[in-house]
Design a protein around this ligand. Structure first.
Ligand SMILES: *Cc1c(COP(=O)(O)O)cnc(C)c1O
Length: 244
């Protein structure tokens, strides 16, 4: 737990300041390209961070959280089910998905950003309890063409979207990408624009597609200019992660 080294109050105020800082960055990025600040949602990536850190973020008004690891994420969802603001808290699964781990994701999360194969979509659809709202799905796209990275290719999107459209317990909401690190604004923008163009194509056939999860701390400006509607920010809110 972080609170061994810092008094709780100072962590809380730094999370508050960090969130305010990120929100003001989002606001200035949206102003630069003529968008409204509320057209971009801040997803606070809380992976590896303790319950107390999420509590502090909730206390200052943050409601959307992203988790990468199934067991850890499920524990947090269950913990916060008893919270006074539980109804407003929205949980996004953003990590790689092993096909034998789909059930807890389907049973606990509101959004999944990292669907990149039909098998995963089928399992999530079968395992999503019909008593819950349909699971919001983003398809993870590999825009940089590297063989090693997860994500489907743009050319395979339409077929996967058509299959998901037949699944009653899923609703396809858009696309997500984690582009290769690029230092220049222009190359960041080019990768994000590719995703935005692919989303616009899909939107013609599937009007409920309205979400683009793209942009992190280092490339938020370019992502927002290209049309991002969700930016995923971890370290700039909660500090560096400790994986030891
Ligand atoms: C961890 C993670 C983030 C947040 O990264 P930071 O560098 O901590 O802001 C965003 N998106 C995905 C998919 C991640 O796994």
């Amino acid at each position: 737990m972080i609170s061994i080294t810092f008094p709780q109050e100072s962590i809380m105020s730094s999370i508050k300041q960090n969130i305010e800082q990120v929100i003001s960055q989002i606001t200035s990025s949206t102003e630069k390209c003529g968008r409204t600040a509320d057209s971009v949602q801040l997803l606070a990536v809380s992976k590896t961070k303790p319950i107390a850190a999420i509590d502090d973020a909730i206390a200052v008004g943050q409601r959307a959280f992203g988790e990468n690891y199934v067991q850890e994420g499920v524990e947090k969802v269950q913990h916060f089910a008893g919270h006074a603001q539980a109804e407003e808290i929205v949980w996004h699964f953003i990590g790689p998905i092993q096909s034998n781990k789909t059930r807890p994701i389907a049973e606990h999360f509101d959004w999944v950003h990292s669907v990149d194969r039909i098998k995963t979509a089928r399992r999530l659809n079968e395992q999503r309890p019909s008593s819950m709202a349909p699971l919001n799905i983003l398809l993870q796209v590999n825009t940089s063409g590297e063989e090693s990275k997860s994500g489907i290719h743009v050319t395979d999107l339409a077929a996967l979207a058509d299959e998901i459209a037949t699944m009653p317990n899923l609703v396809l909401r858009g696309l997500m990408s984690i582009p290769q690190k690029a230092d220049s604004y222009d190359s960041q923008y080019a990768a994000f624009k590719l995703l935005a163009d692919a989303q616009q194509q899909l939107h013609i056939k599937y009007p409920q597609i309205d979400t683009l999860s793209m942009g992190m701390s280092g490339d938020m400006d370019a992502a927002i200019a290209a049309g991002s509607t969700i930016v995923r920010i971890g370290t700039a809110i909660f500090g560096a992660r400790d994986y030891t």
